[in-house]
Design a binder for this molecule. Sequence first.
Ligand SMILES: [Zn+2]
Length: 258
Amino acid sequence: MDGRPRQFGTLFQFVTAMWSRTNPGVVSLQTSIFSPEFDLLYCSIAMTAKSRSSKRAKVKSARLRAIAHAELPTRYGRFTIHGFQGRGPQEEAVALVRGNLRGKPAPLVRVHSQCLTGDVLSSLRCDCRAQLDLSLQKIGRAPSGILLYLPQEGRGIGLMNKLRAYELQDGGMDTVEANESLGFAADARDYDFSAKILKQLGATRIRLLSNNPEKVRQLERAGIRVIERVPCQPRVSRISRAYMRTKKAKMGHLLEGM
Ligand SMILES: [Zn+2]
């Protein structure tokens, strides 16, 4: 590198140092990585990129963003898949949509929280995959509907904490005791983000596939009219029965025959 970029580089370092006093989050990275071995062009690009991503973050925090949509043929029928982003990794979801969501009858909606062990790995500890299959079947046959899939693994505590909770359950606790002994609520999920997506899709009046009265309450509080709760109770294995009984007894889930 010749001396000229180094001089500009020193000037740039001075300017960024001054600016960082008023914009600490924006410039601190550039000033800390700068040295005479880095040239001016690199720093300018880095700073511009950082400024743009900072602006993007502000826009993201302000509103829900529809990222993309595409056709999604599935074994349950043809859907359109929509991607949405809100403020953070917890606010990222996909919606599988079919039919006219503003028409009659009201769309059949499932708000499903991700379960890697159940949905993907076919675990029988819970009924998540069975509920997902049943929901897609029912929505696939309905005139219109939405399957909203949210990254709220382990009822909102995350995958690693869910595995910690499983370990405690293997030692004799039930699912609620395990979550609480790890310092979490029995159910840490939040449905405000789901309500925002439903509103953006035009589905403010819905028939909700769910056994969970708390989900109905939260969606209604967030401005979604749940005109009917449609039970979502597939046949489940004997292994998951203890889990289902705990959901009924301790979390108020509406389950028949448990
Ligand atoms: Zn599950």
